[in-house]
Write a protein that binds this ligand. Structure first.
Ligand SMILES: [Zn+2]
Length: 227
């Protein structure tokens, strides 16, 4: 079996049988792993851009999953290689067929993020090379969740690959989904998710949220939903 040296761990079984719920519960861990991964990043530039990423991926139709990580590298005369790409390649090497979501961190200024992605964002959005990588990688999906954060602050943005792409191409006025998450408590996030999910059965079918939309809504609203 192929394997990756960027594997964090593998396992089998999703609590409640729901990989999106599991991704949400893992957000604090993914952020911790991404912050560790930054330490391996390398950029020759005078103002280096260092990015770490950790992803939760599955084998569709089973309950097999893997956590992988990646970090960016940019040597002086080489093309840059993004953390997100390494993360997806590691998931693929582990035999995964779909990445549910990732968490990317960097410590850039808003101005640095604007110069890299054209978006004056607190956290680093995927760059144009990343969007090409997402299209090229069989484990990535348009609805793949991309949480972004920093090294020293607690504001998390959570969007899909498709939403970032729209923002960076035809819909520059789109607002990034962003939430101050305090200590980022996985149990609290999951409680918000479960509550939203149970409310779905009272909604008309056409209005029900997809699982990735439930994850985003849980992150954005968990402080209001749970007393
Ligand atoms: Zn990139």
């Amino acid at each position: 079996m192929p394997g990756s040296n960027l594997l964090i761990r593998r396992g089998e079984g999703f609590p409640e049988g729901d990989p999106f719920r599991m991704y949400l519960s893992l957000l604090p861990d993914l952020r911790t792993y991404a912050r560790e991964a930054v330490k391996e990043a390398y950029s020759y530039r005078p103002e280096p851009v260092e990015v770490g990423s950790a992803a939760f991926s599955i084998v569709e139709g089973s309950e097999i999953w893997a956590l992988t990580y990646g970090y960016n590298t940019k040597a002086e005369h080489d093309e840059k290689s993004c953390a997100e790409k390494k993360d997806l390649e590691a998931a693929e090497d582990e035999g995964m067929t779909r990445t549910i979501g990732m968490f990317n961190v960097s410590d850039n200024t808003i101005e640095q993020n604007r110069s890299i992605t054209d978006i004056p964002s607190l956290n680093l959005p995927p760059c144009s090379v990343c969007h090409g990588d997402f299209r090229a990688h069989p484990v990535a999906r348009p609805e793949m969740l991309i949480a972004t954060g920093g090294l020293k602050h607690d504001t998390v943005q959570i969007n899909t690959a498709e939403r970032f792409l729209r923002l960076q191409t035809e819909e520059p006025d789109l607002v990034l989904y962003e939430s101050y998450v305090g200590g980022l408590d996985g149990e609290r996030l999951v409680r918000a998710y479960d509550r939203l999910k149970s409310q779905q059965k009272f909604s008309p079918e056409v209005k029900r949220l997809e699982p990735h939309q439930l994850v985003i809504t849980a992150v954005l609203s968990h402080r209001d939903l749970i007393v």
